[in-house]
Ligand binder design. Structure first.
Ligand SMILES: Cc1cc2nc3c(=O)[nH]c(=O)nc-3n(C[C@H](O)[C@H](O)[C@H](O)COP(=O)(O)OP(=O)(O)OC[C@H]3O[C@@H](n4cnc5c(N)ncnc54)[C@H](O)[C@@H]3O)c2cc1C
Length: 375
């Protein structure tokens, strides 16, 4: 988010002075580096669908847009779709979501169990009623390539990266006057943007604010399977797991039953044996012969209020902007949210896509904008 914003700010106004403060330039624990890096149109909140429509356009052109000195990044975008599956109990909500998505022009097909079986013969469909398959604009890409490409392009446009941890903020008359890093450096700016991912709540606290954003651990399992299955979209099972191909392997995950804040970033191996593998083998019988190769864990920056991003000015601290709480769909939204926040700073309003529904106001007034499709 921070580097996407820095890129857009300096693209919209080459004279603007932008500094990105990052405590760990290796991004070892950053969500962006640990992401499953997939993009979908299949949301239930219209603004999320509009963001994805614009984001996929950006990702398709990333090699040109983020080119530095004649060399563009290869973010390895693969548009193989998402497939949401539903049993009888989930059919009505899948159909409702499909209606919202279709109305907004997303290319999503509802398939019967028989159609699913014909298209994906490796899938167990006996308990299914319907599946919702994205026909284009959905798939996956390389998270680290996108992250480093945004940062490299931002640098090439004059953005300065400072290594340091933000520890304090001075508030004067409802504005952040300066921020202080752990090494004593003091930074002043007209605008300060909180792009601290799963640590957004801690950073907001430095300005005396509370944000409903929790760091929730999610494990990604890397699995091999002797049987090749093709085509294979990102599959979202009614039992709660997701799986997609990654090269000649697969990656998969699920929301844990018990979901504490700030759990250590150790993968939950036990859950693979006890929950994920049985569910996988039940849905895709070839996975009975699957093997867990490795696993990693990262934090979702979960907006516990309504599972949607919180974007724009904070109403109480005049020069503070937020890009937080994306709840597992922030990587795909970064190109468009970065552009939107840059527009707010440069033009005082959203210009290309109105993101005002994602403003903090809804939290202040207790009106959630609930996203139902959180994986
Ligand atoms: C396992 C997993 C799977 C995911 N799958 C997807 C997916 O398929 N599609 C999708 O779109 N999204 C996905 N997400 C979510 C997505 O990765 C995040 O929404 C997105 O990366 C958030 O980006 P960010 O820049 O806000 O946060 P981050 O990438 O975490 O960056 C925040 C940065 O702030 C720095 N920082 C924090 N506090 C301070 C401080 N005080 N001082 C200085 N620096 C600080 C951190 O070091 C960090 O580098 C997934 C996330 C995880 C963990």
């Amino acid at each position: 988010m921070g580097s996407a914003l820095a890129y857009w700010l300096t693209r919209l106004d080459p004279r603007i002075c932008v500094v990105v403060i990052e405590r760990d330039p290796t991004y070892a624990t950053a969500s962006s580096a640990l992401s499953a890096a997939s993009i979908r149109q299949q949301f239930t909140t219209p603004v999320n669908i509009r963001i994805s429509q614009a984001s996929i356009e950006f990702l398709r052109q990333a090699d040109e847009l983020l080119e530095v000195e004649g060399s563009g990044p290869d973010i390895r975008l693969r548009e193989h779709g998402y497939l949401y599956l539903a049993r009888a109990s989930g059919t009505a909500s899948l159909q409702r979501a499909h209606a919202i998505q279709s109305e907004l022009g997303a290319h999503v097909a509802l398939l019967s169990a028989a159609e699913l079986k014909a298209r994906f013969p490796w899938l167990k469909t006996t308990d299914l009623v319907v599946g919702s398959l994205g026909l284009n604009g959905e798939g996956w890409f390389d998270a680290y390539s996108l992250l480093t490409a945004f940062a490299a392009k931002a640098r090439s446009q004059g953005v300065r990266y400072i290594r340091g941890e933000v520890r304090e903020m001075d508030i004067q008359e409802g504005r952040i006057d300066s921020i202080h890093l752990q090494d004593g450096t003091r930074v002043t700016a007209n605008f300060i943007v909180n792009a601290a991912g799963p640590w957004a709540r801690a950073v907001a606290r430095l300005a005396g604010l509370d944000l409903p954003v929790a760091a929730r651990r999610r494990t990604v399992y890397v699995i091999s399977c002797p049987t090749r299955m093709d085509p294979f979209p990102l599959l979202v099972d009614p039992s709660g797991f997701w799986i997609r191909p990654e090269g000649h392997l697969y990656i998969a995950g699920m929301a844990p039953g018990d979901d504490p804040d700030d759990a250590p970033l150790d993968p939950d191996y036990e859950a693979f044996d006890s929950v994920l593998w049985p569910a996988l083998a039940d849905r895709i019988p070839a996975f009975e012969a699957a093997r867990l190769e490795r696993a990693w864990a990262g934090y979702y920056e979960m907006n516990v209020f309504d599972h949607n991003g919180i974007v724009g000015f904070h109403p109480q601290v005049g020069n503070l902007l937020l890009m937080n709480g994306f709840s597992g769909h922030g990587l795909q939204q970064a190109p468009v949210v970065g552009r939107g926040v840059a527009e707010l700073i440069c033009h005082g309003r959203f210009v290309t896509l109105d993101l005002s529904e994602l403003s903090y106001d809804r939290i202040r007034s207790g009106r959630p904008l609930l996203e139902l499709n959180v994986i």
